[in-house]
Design a protein around this ligand. Sequence first.
Ligand code: AMP
Ligand code: MG
Length: 404
Amino acid sequence: MKPMLSLEEAQQRILSTVRPLPPADLPLAQSAGRFLATSVSSPINLPPFDNSAMDGYAVIAADIASASETTPTPLRLIGKTAAGAVFQGEVTPGTCVRLFTGSPLPSGADAVVMQEDTTVDPAHPELIHVRDRARPWENVRLKGEDVKSGSAIAQIGDRLTFGRLSLLAATGFANAHVHRAPTVALIATGSELREGGQDLQPGQIFESNRIGLSALVAAAGATANIHAIVPDSLEATERALGTALESSDLVITSGGVSVGEFDHVKQAFENLGGTLDFWRVAIRPGKPFVFGRCHNKYLFGLPGNPVSAMVTFLLLARPALLKMQGAREFGLRSQPGLLTTEIINRGDRRHFVRVTLQDDGTVVSAGLQGSHALSSLATANGMIDTPPKSGFRPGETVQILRWD
Ligand code: AMP
Ligand code: MG
């Protein structure tokens, strides 16, 4: 009898084996969702120079200290600076310079009056009548106020979100030093399985695990390659695994890992030179699960039951994919919700019960909880880790492990 591992022991064994993929420089445009392999500091100030936050006029704030709607202060217009240009002169008392959003603040000026607070008589366009006061540095974006040159802007293990990518671009980076996305081969085993669009013969079912898993793999930041369905023979399984191991960083199979006479994944992997860890993991759905290593490639043999395959992916394979990408955190996001239905686990294994956390913060069971039941998986957005021989009652606040 193989050992029954706790979920945490199984996760620990996997995470202590799997290594991040080597990092490389990647153009920012291709780096969304990747994880940084180095910390980054800014080589420049942001903004790089004092500049205008408005279309308006660069002024000396003291010049317009008494300006108002009824008694505007006239200033002499001495120039104009478009964004991207630099005014060569200096703003002196009684003068102003026309600016646009992003124009560098000319020397001598210490504020910007917005265009809407000024009036120009077309007969005397050289005079700008300012109808409101400005505090010193009003409407000025100061050099370095967003980011100081030399300061940290991202840490090793940070995921490159649109916001971090924008910051890296604004501070002048063209590339990011990131771990590449793992490629994942998806294999479905089972002589009963048919591709969608084919006719079902008696006893056959449509294959669904590769599609569900490919969406989960993509959401975890990796690249999924769907391989052909493999019938339950040792030769076919060995051939499919061999091709998959050659072409990918990691292979995920579903089905064929139980103790039945048609379960060939383990033997095929060993025949190819892989080293196996076969466990039963003390969770429901789940249980039979294979983790193996062949040189620098990994095998995750998931159970065939569709819900078991998805749940074991989320709890055991997803952390490995994140570690391979250089992430710092591997768990699913946990969010509280107010339970409105009763959840009972009469069994002796932890049950990951599929639930729907609604926008108003309440949680309902997603429906039928069998490891084959896909209708509930389709409406669920997370699961509740329910300890053996226990449960939760309506009105309790529970933690939802979110997968969306
Ligand atoms: P197995 O783990 O191979 O014994 O499969 C367990 C159950 O899951 C059986 O009812 C299979 O028909 C079903 N099953 C296995 N693989 C898939 C798949 N890729 N898509 C849908 N159902 C599957
Ligand atoms: Mg099977």
